[in-house]
Design a protein around this ligand. Structure first.
Ligand SMILES: NC(=O)c1ccc[n+]([C@@H]2O[C@H](COP(=O)([O-])OP(=O)(O)OC[C@H]3O[C@@H](n4cnc5c(N)ncnc54)[C@H](OP(=O)(O)O)[C@@H]3O)[C@@H](O)[C@H]2O)c1
Length: 274
């Protein structure tokens, strides 16, 4: 029986590498993206390596494109074994500088878009009594820091959602895992949306955090490592709830576990922007 995988946000970075890794692992892989013109790159690799990859239009902000893609997949393949919810972006800026519209857009893509995609595959996974949902969160889904409260809260929300889903879906044989990358070398930082207030009272801290993140991004973990971790989780009989990726992620999460809240705040200040 042919195994079927769906990846959202496959045009670049983690989604691109994960779609390829799943196809190399034998999955018929739907590399979904909001702009299918960007699909040529993955299709070229697929052709060269003889991989089963199909590009489909799916914009997580547009429910119609989620429904039509999932319908096509079910009509063609009648099953879904793996759903990787990867599509997302970062909104940068301190809370007072962000408009409520920008905050809602951040949640629409990183949180509600993912929920709509999950809800559209769950009926089939329940019927199969199998499947795995991989939610790409971030180390920022576990730790707060300044100048990114929109992104951080969208990923914290995703972590809570995923923890609940594990309990609800386990009786139906459906697994849920959270992937927590640290800083990964992708288009993420060049695609960041930023508040444009030039009179910002938070200019100083915003610039310091951006400098710290830019420096970390230069030494970032390659996206292939995230893809490898996703393959490991997907192929494990009883996957863990969470998989951090990258030395930085492991370092921050260890510090959070071992320090008091105040000690951890001081540690973040020192590591990120002192
Ligand atoms: N890079 C990091 O340091 C890092 C760290 C932790 C977590 N993450 C998470 O990893 C995931 C992938 O990011 P990345 O690092 O691979 O960055 P990336 O290279 O910028 O990729 C983001 C992908 O999401 C897609 N996307 C954005 N909005 C979308 C929408 N409304 N519908 C469908 N697709 C959409 C982008 O499509 P377009 O090409 O059309 O823009 C792109 O394919 C994100 O959820 C991000 O939060 C990244």
């Amino acid at each position: 029986m042919e195994k079927v995988a769906i990846v959202t946000g496959s045009s670049s970075g983690i989604g691109f590498e994960t779609a390829l890794a799943l196809a190399r692992d034998g999955y018929y892989t739907y590399a979904t993206m909001r702009d299918t013109k960007k699909g040529n790159k993955i299709l070229e690799v697929a052709k060269k390596e003889n991989l089963k990859i199909e590009v489909l239009h799916l914009d997580v902000d547009k429910e119609g494109t989620i429904k039509s893609s999932i319908k096509k997949i079910l009509d063609d393949k009648k099953r879904v074994d793996v759903l990787v919810n990867n599509a997302g972006y970062g909104l940068f800026g301190c809370l007072e500088d962000l408009s409520i519209e920008d905050l809602k857009s951040q949640f629409e893509t990183n949180f509600f878009g993912l929920i709509k995609t999950i809800q559209s595959v769950l009926p089939i996974m329940r019927k199969q009594r199998s499947g795995i949902i991989v939610n790409v969160s971030s180390v920022a889904g576990r730790i707060g820091f300044p100048a990114s409260p929109a992104y951080i809260s969208s990923k914290f929300a995703l972590e809570g959602l995923s923890e609940s889903m594990r309990f609800e879906l386990e009786p139906f044989g459906i697994k849920t895992v959270i992937i927590e990358p640290g800083v990964i070398k992708t288009n993420f930082f060049t695609s960041l949306k930023q508040s444009t207030r030039i009179d910002s009272a938070y200019k100083d801290i915003t610039e310091k955090v951006m400098k710290g993140l830019t420096m970390m991004a230069e030494m970032g973990t390659p996206p292939q490592e995230v893809a490898r971790t996703i393959i490991k989780a997907v192929n494990t009989e009883n996957p863990l709830p969470r998989y951090p990726v990258g030395n930085d992620a492991i370092m921050f999460l260890e510090a959070k576990k071992n320090k008091t809240d105040i000690e951890f705040e001081n540690y973040i200040k020192k590591e990120l922007y002192s």
